[in-house]
Design a protein. Structure first.
Length: 277
């Protein structure tokens, strides 16, 4: 008997390699995934101008990043949170951050599926102008919006899902079903934090595992398996950090780290350029 409705995900035709430069833009779910990649020694840029929840603000971030940043990400991870935007009445422009200004200074607008898709397609085109070989993963955040009411939150997610599905037909773009994993596969409040809205650490870990199954090749899995015990050693909280025993322990961990850098630096240019403590 099966007690879950597992989301079937087709293995990607391309893979993410160790220490690749990756750009994460979008909702706080993009922050969660980006932090995990950072901890696993990927070269990450995570919401460089703050968390962005809607497709228009994601476009604004990507435009600014591509204009200001010298580096060229080889992979981009876009997470869509909502199709609601806030227009500053004084300028008529969409505000990426309301900066806690009075609500009466803004007019709320709900973007249509076509508007969401158009913002996202411009985002893809801008990223490709920076690196024509970039691969882009788009997701819809599984985090619900209580302030809209749960029905309106579902309508917002449905709009984003339709736009993301349409975008995934484009070359260079994949859709990863994080929203479906949480809502259709896990769908239990034990996989949520205390606010009953945000996925728990266990849920994020499970999404990471499904993501790894989809996008990691043998080289990345091998690197992560070798990095894991070193990372755990480096994160160890000693009872006596000044003791000789701990100093020997950390020296041995650093020696293993140097061996890891030397080995993978010879195999992968991205590692030799980026990997450092």
């Amino acid at each position: 008997m099966e007690f879950t409705t597992k989301v079937n995900i087709t293995k990607s035709t391309w893979t993410i390699h160790p220490c690749e430069r990756m750009l994460f833009v979008g909702s706080c779910f993009a922050n969660n995934m980006g932090k995990r990649f950072h901890d696993e020694k990927f070269n990450t840029d995570i919401n460089p101008y703050g968390v962005m929840y809607n497709p228009a603000s994601i476009l604004h971030t990507v435009e600014k990043f591509c204009e200001e940043a010298e580096n060229k990400p080889s992979k981009a991870f876009l997470t869509l949170g909502t199709n609601h935007v806030y227009i500053l009445n004084e300028t008529g422009e969409i505000a990426d951050n309301c900066m806690k200004k009075p609500q009466e200074l803004f007019t709320e607008k709900v973007l249509s599926t076509d508007e969401c898709y158009n913002y996202l397609r411009k985002t893809v085109m801008r990223l490709m102008s920076k690196n024509r070989d970039i691969k882009i993963i788009v997701t819809v955040s599984p985090i619900r919006y209580r302030k809209y009411g749960y029905h309106e939150s579902q309508l917002s997610k449905a709009t984003l899902l339709l736009a993301a599905d349409r975008l995934s037909k484009e070359e260079h773009v994949d859709y990863f079903p994080a929203y479906e994993i949480v809502n259709d596969e896990l769908r239990d409040y034990r996989f949520y934090k205390e606010d009953m809205l945000h996925p728990s650490d266990q849920a994020i870990e499970y999404i990471w595992e499904r993501f790894a199954e989809t996008y990691f090749g043998n080289d990345t899995n091998e690197f992560l398996n070798e990095w894991k015990p070193i990372k755990e050693a480096m994160n160890h909280k000693p009872f006596n950090p000044e003791g000789d025993e701990y100093k020997r322990f950390i020296a041995e961990a650093k020696k293993k780290y140097d061996s890891l850098v030397k080995k993978w630096g010879r195999r992968t240019e991205a590692v030799s350029k980026y990997l450092s403590l």
